[in-house]
Write a protein that binds this ligand. Structure first.
Ligand SMILES: NC(=O)c1ccc[n+]([C@@H]2O[C@H](COP(=O)([O-])OP(=O)(O)OC[C@H]3O[C@@H](n4cnc5c(N)ncnc54)[C@H](O)[C@@H]3O)[C@@H](O)[C@H]2O)c1
Length: 325
């Protein structure tokens, strides 16, 4: 897209690193930002010369003036806002969680409002929903009532509601995407990173225990990154919130695929420990916004991840202590 400039927040996170990789491969003009001063996760996914060429800026999304300044300075036309603290970090420090997840998102909405940003996609989460028994209609529609069961989900609901008011009062369009469980290289923190770590453990031939079991919906980080980019570029009008679906499966099936591809392994999962959120989600709103949904089949994605992890291990480029927790 000519005359566009994409600004990414949380670019050193798992999804952000994949967004960075896609934008870099496209040759698009973009600025990658994160609290982290160095692009450590993009380095797992991209050749060093591409990493060295990044326009990488340290940006704390809780800093209202700095966010506004950088959006103005870069002339950002589109924003993919991914900076955030995950469930355990919000629980450990609720005030910091609110500052990053809620104030940070309001700062992005404010910058979008004042700096004429044309397309904004931000990360909400499946955690805005409550336990599966609250949702008798399957697949769960995009407009099903929210009922978060942790602070993190509550903060994400606050963001969806703030986006609704920014659209109503000032015409700021946005799409809030609700990933469920993202896996892929770079997913190394947060409880639901256990799926990505299970794949890494098989590649490393190490024991690992997934702390949950039962049904879940999985999105590969590469697909999720593309969804965010396409949602921003769709230049949504109004405040849209979208469930995300992709691979609806079971933890046991993931372990089975790992065995089919790599042979017997040492990865187990907790018995009778469901995640407590629905897994069968409608992605109708997302389809309406971006058309066909990027979706690598689970078997193919797991095989690709195994190969990528093995390559990183061979180059001693990945930290296996993440498997120790
Ligand atoms: N990974 C998932 O399964 C999942 C599921 C649902 C929603 N999400 C949401 O998607 C977004 C990205 O997820 P992820 O898995 O890439 O997360 P991640 O934890 O890997 O990355 C988050 C990034 O945000 C950055 N960050 C933290 N505080 C910041 C601040 N004050 N200013 C700027 N950057 C800051 C961190 O440095 C990190 O690089 C998050 O908002 C997350 O809540 C993720």
């Amino acid at each position: 897209m000519p005359d566009t400039h994409v600004l990414v927040t949380g670019a050193n996170g798992c999804i952000g690193a994949w967004v960075t990789r896609h934008l870099s491969a496209e040759g698009t003009a973009f600025t990658a930002t994160d609290l982290a001063p160095e692009p450590t996760r993009p380095r797992l996914l991209m050749p060093e010369e591409e990493v060295a060429a990044l326009d990488w800026r340290a940006l704390d999304v809780t800093d209202t003036a700095a966010v506004r300044r950088l959006v103005a300075e870069t002339g950002a036309t589109h924003i993919v806002h991914l900076a955030g603290l995950q469930v355990p970090f919000c629980k450990a420090d609720p005030a910091l969680g609110a500052a990053v997840n809620v104030t940070g998102t309001v700062n992005i909405l404010e910058a979008a409002r004042h700096e004429g940003v044309r397309g904004l996609a931000y990360a909400s989460s499946l955690a805005v929903l409550g336990p599966p028994e609250l949702y008798p209609v399957l697949p769960v529609p995009d407009n099903a009532p929210t009922a978060p069961s942790n602070l993190y989900g509550t903060y994400k609901v606050a963001n969806e509601e703030a986006a609704r008011i920014f659209a109503a009062d000032w015409g700021v369009g946005s799409a809030g995407l609700r990933p469920a469980i993202v896996y892929g290289v770079g997913r190394d923190q947060g409880m639901s990173s256990d799926i990505a770590k299970a794949i890494l453990a098989v590649a490393a031939n190490r024991p690992f225990h997934v702390r949950f079991s039962g049904p879940l919906s999985l999105q590969h980080a590469s697909d999720m990154a593309e969804m965010f980019l396409r949602a921003a570029r769709a230049e949504p009008e109004g405040a849209i919130v979208c469930n995300v679906r992709n691979s609806v499966t079971e933890v046991a099936r993931v372990l089975g695929i790992l065995e089919e591809i790599a042979g017997p392994h040492q990865v187990t999962c907790e018995e009778d420990a469901p995640l407590g959120v629905p897994s069968d989600l409608s992605d109708a709103a997302l389809k309406q916004l971006i058309g066909d949904i990027p979706h690598m089949p689970l078997e193919e994605a797991i095989a690709q991840d195994l190969a990528a992890y093995r390559d990183l291990m061979e180059r001693e480029a990945i930290d296996l202590t993440q498997l120790d927790r």
